[in-house]
Design a binder for this molecule. Sequence first.
Ligand SMILES: [Zn+2]
Length: 145
Amino acid sequence: MLNNRLALAGPDGGEVPLPLTLLLLRRGSGEPFYYGVTLMPSASNNPSPDSSVYVFTASFLSEEKKVANAAHELYGHAYFYELKKQGLNVNPNHTRAIIGYGTEKDSLLGELQYPIYGNTNQLLEETIEKMVKESLENYFDRINE
Ligand SMILES: [Zn+2]
């Protein structure tokens, strides 16, 4: 943190502001999903302040959670960002949409349908799941040596 602002030192000596999602966490209102974040140039959410990609993971997490977060951000979002930059047709962001409908019974209205939302960027989700698993296996192998 430089001065009184929530910022980190960037690679060129400049400041990189902490993303809003991590600021929310500091007030205790965040969810586990936001314990890590990747800032990518031109992103609509938490854009990078320059042309670099930045990965953050919350420092108060256990080593295991940090490993999982780093794998999620680096080998998911940052990796897909680089692949896209090199011309591959991949999306480095999570996408959500209606993936189905559920029903429930209401005593007055009868049977009601409600939408079920889920992650729809299948390739990213599968890659993240695989890389988090592999990183945790490597981590546990190393601490059990
Ligand atoms: Zn993510």
